[in-house]
Design a protein around this ligand. Structure first.
Ligand code: FES
Length: 107
């Protein structure tokens, strides 16, 4: 069963910003890239490092631990397949960022 959980109000995550949130015991990083919200588990699939402070260039997030680069649109390592972030379903409803819990969005 899924349900919507409010993550942030309307202006808490403007374009170009990121946010670390805790949703039902899970650490989640959200990025607003050109008005599109991307949400991922705050755990690198390589070795579990926090991704919250990773360098972001366009849609590419670089893990601060060992430098793997993930495309936030697909969730996967740039130029390779098989190693992907856990993307989480978010949407904007009435100007608020909402996450659907109880389901996963696979790349
Ligand atoms: S833990 Fe992220 S690249 Fe190794």
């Amino acid at each position: 069963m899924t349900r919507n959980v409010l993550i942030a109000g309307g202006d808490a995550l403007p374009p170009g910003s990121r946010m670390l949130a805790f949703v039902e015991g899970r650490s989640v990083v959200l990025f607003n890239i050109d008005g599109v919200i991307h949400a991922i588990d705050n755990s690198c699939p390589h070795n579990g490092a926090s991704l919250a402070s990773g360098r972001l260039e366009g849609h590419v997030l670089q893990c601060p631990a060992h430098g793997l680069r993930f495309d936030l649109r697909s969730g996967c390592v740039v130029g390779a397949t098989g190693l992907c972030l856990t993307k989480l379903p978010v949407e904007t409803i009435d100007g608020k960022c909402v996450m659907r819990t109880g389901e996963r969005h696979e790349p």
